[in-house]
Design a protein around this ligand. Sequence first.
Ligand code: GAR
Length: 221
Amino acid sequence: MKSESPRVAVLISGRGSNLKALVDGVNSGCLDMQIVRVVSNRNDATGIQHAKAASIPFSLIVQQDYPDREAHDAAIKKILTRDRVHLVVLAGYMRILGENFCTAFAGRMINLHPSLLPLYRGLDTYDRALQAGDRETGASIHFVTAGLDDGPVISQVRIPIDPGDDAKSLSQRLGPLENRLVVATMTLFCRFALKCVPGAVVYNEHILEKPLLMRHDGTFI
Ligand code: GAR
């Protein structure tokens, strides 16, 4: 990691397995970036332990300490601006960020979502895929806009839905692949190979016609 490596903030609300994957990626030398801040909106987020274990500066910013969403967002923005953050990763951050925050980090904020977007924005994505009789599901990483789980999709990983699968089994199979997807996608960011233009992703100077698809070994097709 060099001092000019991209400065990244990771926002979490829960388990933090994707934060842990990023920390491991940095520590193993495969990700040339610096995680300069972790923010949680929940004090019971177990992912906080990963930030502490890796000695990453950590902020707990909870809604009840602020009069409204805008003030809460502004508190996060102030910290990330002070930390000179280049890129924000929403890694299971289960709170909607307002338009001002999204505009401030437009093209510099990505979100992980457990569905093959544009399918199933919001919650209960596995159950909804099962109810619809889908033959496959997956995870997506997209640039964040003010809409819920909206914005141009950068990358995806797919798994088949087998007979007998339920939300738990899908989550168990997909979780490690989603962890791999975030590391693989961040590797492209660190090479400055990814950009966002209005409504689209630019990869290696070309507009992506469809999201990059990751093989299960972590390489892109
Ligand atoms: C991940 O599966 C991520 O896709 C999902 O939360 C989980 C966080 O896991 N995000 C969303 O549903 C956002 N709409 P983690 O805390 O172990 O990284």
